[in-house]
Design a protein around this ligand. Structure first.
Ligand code: IPE
Ligand code: IPE
Ligand code: MG
Length: 228
């Protein structure tokens, strides 16, 4: 049973994995898996209000995902363009504040412009949706440690203060779908004391009910942070 610290997960991050396998199982093109993955994101963002989460962080494209065939990368970028365009008004209306982590400025210039416009137009929102784009945790830590060193002091606090997530609440729960049990260069620093949950559901099949189950699971855990 949960004791001591609050059982509410304020910051939940998800490694949205399994789009390709979802499509393969249904004998559909891989792009269809990604498309259904986008729909799962939309549905989750629409339903997350009321679950007590202040920040939802989604791993959408890793700095290693450039290794995929050019056609798949291009499909994913096309879906990102469409998604921002179609869902931005809804974010604004629903008090969502968009945040991007990762080296998003290296994406194509029109996407960077679209993202920056979305960041600006959602800046008053209170529920954070953080999207990891061209994100790699090791790169993020290197950038943060260099910035800390340049400012003269390398400590855990000064590194954390320079991470892309510096203005986000501490990570409480990290979920990965699709049955893979690895972090794939996601939030390595931030996960130091996060609870982890690996579920077999493929991302396109992941629903708000699955997220609620994950939160219920989290509420039953005892976090110790090295104490006793
Ligand atoms: C996750 O699904 C989406 C991205 C990494 C962009 P995958 O495309 O990795 O799906 P699997 O792992 O091949 O099933
Ligand atoms: C991690 O999934 C990245 C995202 C979900 C965006 P991958 O499918 O890229 O990870 P690996 O290759 O299985 O480790
Ligand atoms: Mg995968």
């Amino acid at each position: 049973m949960a004791t001591g610290s609050t059982p509410r997960a304020k910051h939940v991050a998800i490694i949205m994995d399994g789009n390709g396998r979802w499509a393969k199982r249904k004998h559909l093109p891989r792009a269809m898996g990604h498309q259904r993955g986008v729909e799962a994101v939309r549905k989750l963002v629409r339903n997350v209000e009321g679950m007590g989460i202040d920040c939802l962080t989604l791993y959408a494209f890793s700095s290693e995902n450039w290794k995929r065939p050019a056609e798949e990368v291009s499909d994913l970028m096309g879906m990102l363009r469409k998604f921002i365009k179609s869902d931005l008004p809804e974010f604004i209306a629903n008090d969502v504040r968009l945040k991007i982590i990762g080296d998003y400025k290296a994406l194509e210039p029109d996407i960077v412009a679209q993202l920056e416009d979305a960041l600006e137009r959602t800046s008053k929102g209170s529920r954070i949706l953080a999207v990891a784009l061209n994100y790699g945790s090791q790169d993020e830590i290197v950038r943060a440690a260099s910035a800390a060193a340049q400012a003269g002091e390398v400590t855990a606090e000064s590194i954390a203060a320079n991470l892309d997530t510096a203005d986000l609440p501490p990570l409480d729960l990290l979920i990965r779908t699709s049955g893979e049990v690895r972090l794939s260069n996601f939030l390595l620093w931030q996960a130091a004391y996060a609870e982890m949950l690996f579920v077999d559901t493929l991302w396109p099949d992941f629903t708000p009910e699955h997220l609620q189950q994950a939160l219920d699971n989290f509420a039953d855990r005892e976090r110790r942070y090295g104490g006793r």
